[in-house]
Design a protein. Structure first.
Length: 136
């Protein structure tokens, strides 16, 4: 079943073994349209994750060209799976292939995933380096 913005009635129906929630950014270029001072998940993605994952085991797929902020209370709800898909372009089927078991998930995180905007700039060599997910 696909529902772009699931209603409470859908979520409450309890007819699901699991859910897949895809959140993230639209494609962008650096500069006027791509630079952001707030790295929260756009389009109220954190609320969507929380609403669904509170009721249904959930795989969250984040599509973005940079680490987005995942608040601790949202991360607590994602106890099943979290995938950083980058900006897959025309290769979105690769994510589906891994999800359905045709291929294993492999790879390393190419950047540090920060905990909060206060950590910027973040560098793996800093004495107070404490990321949400470390580079690699």
């Amino acid at each position: 079943m696909y529902e772009e913005y699931p209603t409470e009635a859908t979520i409450e129906s309890g007819d699901f073994s699991y859910a897949v929630v895809v959140v993230g950014e639209v494609p962008y270029v650096e500069g006027l349209l791509g630079d952001r001072t707030d790295l929260s998940i756009p389009f109220d993605g954190s609320t969507l994750i929380t609403r669904v994952a509170s009721k249904i085991p959930t795989l969250v797929i984040v599509i973005s060209g940079r680490p987005l902020l995942i608040e601790p209370q949202v991360l607590e709800k994602i106890d099943d799976a979290l995938v950083d898909a980058g900006l897959p372009g025309t290769e979105g089927m690769g994510i589906a292939d891994c999800h359905f078991g045709d291929h294993d998930f492999v790879g390393t995180l190419p950047v540090t995933w920060l905990r909060s905007m206060d950590q910027l700039p973040i560098n793996a060599r800093d004495a107070d380096y404490d990321p949400l997910f470390p580079v690699g």
